[in-house]
Design a protein around this ligand. Sequence first.
Ligand code: CA
Length: 229
Amino acid sequence: MRLLLVEDEPTLNLQIATALRAEGYLVETVTQGQDALHLGLEEMFAAAVLDLGLPGLDGLSVLKRWRAHERSLPVLILTARGNWHERVAGIDAGADDYLAKPFHMEELLARLRALIRRSAGQADNFLRCGELRLNLQNHQVFLATQEITLTHHEFLLLACLLRHPGQVVTRSVLNEQIYPLDNERDSNTIEVFIGRLRKKLPEGWIETQRGFGYRLRAPNLPSTSSKTP
Ligand code: CA
């Protein structure tokens, strides 16, 4: 899942990016308002962390322009401590939540999870399909009571498929989950990862739509208990 991080203070930028990457997010970081504006308009992100105090084009203007162009991604704004005017202005401009600096990284992560969850219409931190359950917080995946161990890339792909159960997800969308940069993308690698994922799931869960993409489908069997211990 791709996030956009906009923070001009280098140390804080690195700290937040590191924490987000450790949680499994793909993070694009920028330090300038102009770059943030451009990326937010041109590319798809699951959410953005946006510092309001930026040199040049400020965060509030960036947010207003995203919203004016109907970019509806969830936005968590970072504001200076005690500056309640800024928070009010940010929320009025379309921010979904705010954090005042300094903050605890755990709180930023929890608020982001909540924003992403809400925007996906989920009530908790789990993605589900049939007996398959993926925990977005601790990255554990269970099929009924059996834990399935996945690599980081396999986890990202499965989470993407689980967000669209029963729908075909194109290879290019899956590719974006793993490789945020265009020049790294190679649809053959997706095939390899999907092949590995398939081996870890019961047969028939991942269907191939030839030349197009993949679909996750819980087989419609009365009691698929063969994999359950
Ligand atoms: Ca700043």
